[in-house]
Design a protein around this ligand. Structure first.
Ligand SMILES: [Zn+2]
Length: 202
């Protein structure tokens, strides 16, 4: 998975390190509890490679990110903003929290926020902001993902969905959902490899 998953708790290799905030990792490690606070740290080649601070709202509907960031050796900037969280019923019962993209014009529901410039934004926003060409690998992967998503979800929002298309067999849905996830991971890996060249430090 990369990202936060390769913190000290994990022995996974971190060669494709992404600067990203993954709500699945936070959920798994119990970091989404009301009022919870601490740091989220990246590593690269086993060495520390930046961190940010997080604070969960007392009603667990928001997450505040605080960090210092600099691009291309420019001056450090202090950043602080709140990411809304949305709790929705998950596919197999229970409820699950998602981020709302902090880009005001987007606000899409998502599970991963990627470092882009000095902010963390959703995959779709990276797609708009990153100057990749049409026919480029990133766009192709995103397009393939969109096609599958729009077919298998009733409420596909461009990057995620949670209601299975009516009349679709669960077996078909599961298979297609796995295909979607494979493209998601491939996109993330490619994007992060490119993003490294932007040399954003935390
Ligand atoms: Zn977005």
């Amino acid at each position: 998975m990369g990202g936060w998953g390769s913190g000290p708790q994990s022995s996974k290799p971190d060669t494709s390190q992404a600067k990203r905030v993954d709500i699945r990792y936070m959920r798994k490690h119990g970091l989404l509890l009301p009022g919870s606070m601490g740091s989220l740290r990246w590593t690269r080649g086993g060495e520390p490679n930046g961190y940010i601070w997080y604070t969960m709202g007392l009603d667990a509907t928001s997450l505040t990110l605080d960090y210092k960031v600099r691009q291309h050796g420019e001056d450090w900037q202090s950043m602080s903003y709140t990411v809304s969280l949305e709790s929705i019923p998950c596919r197999y019962g229970g409820k699950r929290q998602y981020f709302r993209c902090p880009n005001f014009y987007c606000s899409r529901r998502c599970e991963v926020l990627y470092s882009y410039g000095v902010y963390f934004v959703c995959q779709q926003c990276c797609g708009y902001l990153y100057p990749s060409q049409k026919g480029d690998r990133l766009n192709k992967l995103l397009e393939a993902k969109r096609k599958i998503g729009a077919r298998i979800f009733e409420d596909w929002n461009g990057s995620d969905g949670w209601r299975k298309t009516k009349g679709m067999h669960w077996r078909t849905f599961e298979r297609e959902y796995r295909r979607l996830q494979i493209r998601e991971e491939a996109w993330s890996k490619t994007f992060c490899e490119r993003a490294k060249a932007l040399r954003v430090e935390y």
